[in-house]
Design a protein around this ligand. Structure first.
Ligand code: TXA
Ligand code: MG
Length: 332
């Protein structure tokens, strides 16, 4: 099993155990319009009442997120999610049957009751039904949609355990519900079904090949810098503080002791530096679980000044990890 590494000195005192009592405290805060850190199967979210504009504004403020980047609304089940859509195409129902609850977000035309702040004024809304038991418990007890972006400051590394949420957001969040390490490790797949053809806005926890097996070919949105096709398509994202170099192979990595290197599989690793293997057995799911955690650990490691990574095999979750590596490494 994969054990979470807890960086010393980064334990926030607002972390509470994911017990029924912890869930009740989280729900009480949410009802007051406050925000809480919440585990999901993908990454930890910064959750607030999705129908309360004041709570939504607080999420943007704490994350330092630009208002043009809309939020995902989380619901306990598909019926509740689809009530927030103005219309639900057959493809959405089929995908919901196959992948909800789980790491898939569907973008659909929005219903009138969804606040403009949640969608950044767009005519569409992003909907997701998470499978994590603590997310489910909070959603069911709260009984309303939860807006929950990843619980990091805008553009930074997504947190996959409670201490990482504390390190990112600290005292700005009154309560972080501790659900251990996230079992998927990267964010949900975001699929736009509001147009003529399904459009992949973000590769993520459900491999796009599995979606195509249900709805046929899916178009890919390209990351652009100045005028994002979709709001979350900014090229620079998921960024460590230290420079990250994406190289073609381990032979392109300089042999230096202050290199922090992410490798994958059984290929020989560089001789020098701090080496972290995302999955020595070549398992892309294990690599996804480890990805943000290892990136954060190398970023925090005082021995390391520069980060290096080699792209993973470009299929399944490897595509989703490569997309994140590409944006984390962008120097724009
Ligand atoms: O796995 C996840 O999805 C996590 C957990 C916490 O559920 N949440 C998450 O949220 O990753 P966030 O805010 O970090 O990413 C949401 C993405 C952004 O890229 C945003 O631009 C996109 O979804 N998005 C949200 N609403 C949209 C819309 N109406 N049209 C297009 N893209 C949208
Ligand atoms: Mg995010």
């Amino acid at each position: 099993m994969i054990k979470p590494e807890q960086p010393p000195g980064k334990q926030a005192n607002n972390v509470v155990a994911g017990t029924p009592g912890g869930v009740a405290r989280a729900v009480k805060l949410l009802r007051e319009g406050q925000v809480v850190g919440l585990p999901t199967e993908t990454v930890y979210g910064l959750a607030g009442d999705g129908l309360n504009p004041a709570a939504l504004a607080r999420i943007f403020e704490i994350k330092q997120r630009p208002l043009f980047d809309p939020l995902i609304l989380h619901l306990a089940e598909a019926d509740a999610a689809f009530r927030l859509a103005a219309c639900v195409p057959d493809a959405a129902r089929e995908l919901a049957r196959r992948f909800w609850p789980g790491p898939l977000t569907l973008v659909l035309p929005k219903a009138g009751l969804v606040p403009d702040l949640a969608t950044s004024g767009l005519p569409t809304v992003a909907l997701r039904v998470p499978i994590h038991p603590l997310a489910q418990a909070v959603l069911r007890a709260f009984g309303r949609p939860l807006a929950a972006p990843s619980a990091n400051r805008f553009g930074q590394i997504s947190p996959t355990d409670a201490p990482a949420v504390g390190a990112e957001l600290g005292a700005a969040v009154p309560l972080i519900l501790d659900g251990g390490s996230c079992p998927v490790g990267i964010e949900s797949t975001v699929l736009d079904l509001s147009g003529e053809k399904p459009l992949l806005l973000r590769a993520g926890g459900v491999p796009v090949e599995e979606i195509e097996a249900v709805v046929g070919p899916v178009e890919r949105a390209q990351a652009v810098l100045d005028r994002p096709l979709a709001p979350g398509q900014l090229r620079h994202h998921y960024a460590p503080r230290k420079p990250l170099h994406l190289v073609r192979g381990v032979n392109d990595i300089p042999s230096r002791t202050d290199a922090g290197v992410l490798v994958f599989g059984a290929a020989p690793a560089p001789l020098a530096g701090v080496i972290k293997n995302l999955s020595s057995g070549g398992d892309l799911r294990e690599a996804a679980v480890n990805f943000f955690r290892f990136l954060r650990a190398l970023d925090d490691d005082p021995r390391v000044t520069e980060l290096y990574a080699v792209p993973l095999p470009a299929h399944g979750l490897g595509l989703a990890i490569n997309e994140r590596l590409g944006r984390a490494a962008s120097s724009d």
